[in-house]
Design a protein around this ligand. Structure first.
Ligand code: AMP
Length: 179
């Protein structure tokens, strides 16, 4: 089966979760399928195979699972980007937009060094507000953001385009219409 079909069939789509009108794309079923999990991780980093990647940054929480596996595959370190108040050491923080209102995310101030080559990973990009915040935070610390990788793109919400407009190459594996 094609990569698209293979991965698509392992994602569980749940209508009206967490609220009416939202189709939730649940990747826990993909993660639970050994073949699909390996394939998704391999494909996410494929364009950077053989190039030097210093760090993979994962966005809480599903970005930790994929990002950890991607970091291992790329022989890179892993950097968690978390919701505010969860990291124990000195942090840098940025506000980012959610569908309704704003929230803040943070990372340790010493998690990336100036000039390090970083790939950002999350499970899904929708409006791009979360990933945009993460890119800004990484750049603020002097990182070179090589790319942002997501298993799922919701292109109708424009997030991937928003990142490309910030000169971040975006890699996504499958897309779904709507939101
Ligand atoms: P956004 O900031 O709008 O790009 O939203 C991306 C974040 O919200 C990611 O961390 C996703 O895990 C989560 N998310 C947004 N929409 C969905 C959806 N329809 N299904 C599953 N996760 C979603």
């Amino acid at each position: 089966m094609s990569l698209e079909g293979d991965l698509r069939s392992t994602i569980r789509n749940i209508p009206d979760y967490p609220k009416k009108g939202i189709m939730f794309h649940d990747i826990t079923t993909l993660l639970g399928d050994a073949r699909a999990f390996r394939r998704a991780v391999d494909e996410l980093v494929q364009p950077w195979a053989g190039s030097k990647v210093d760090k993979v940054a994962g966005i809480e929480a599903r970005g930790f699972i994929l990002g950890g596996a991607v970091a291992h595959q790329a022989s890179a370190g892993f950097v968690p980007i978390r919701k505010k108040g969860k990291l124990p050491h000195t942090t840098v923080r940025i506000a980012y937009s959610l569908e309704y209102g704003i929230d803040e995310m943070e990372m340790h101030e010493d998690a990336v060094k100036k000039g390090e080559r970083v790939i950002l990973v999350d499970d899904l990009i929708a409006t791009g507000g979360t990933a945009e915040g993460a890119v800004k935070l990484l750049r603020q610390m002097g990182a070179e953001v090589l790319a942002a990788c997501f298993v799922i793109d919701l292109p109708d919400l424009g997030g991937a385009q928003k990142l490309r407009d910030m000169d971040v190459p975006v890699r996504t594996l499958i897309s779904f219409e709507g939101h």
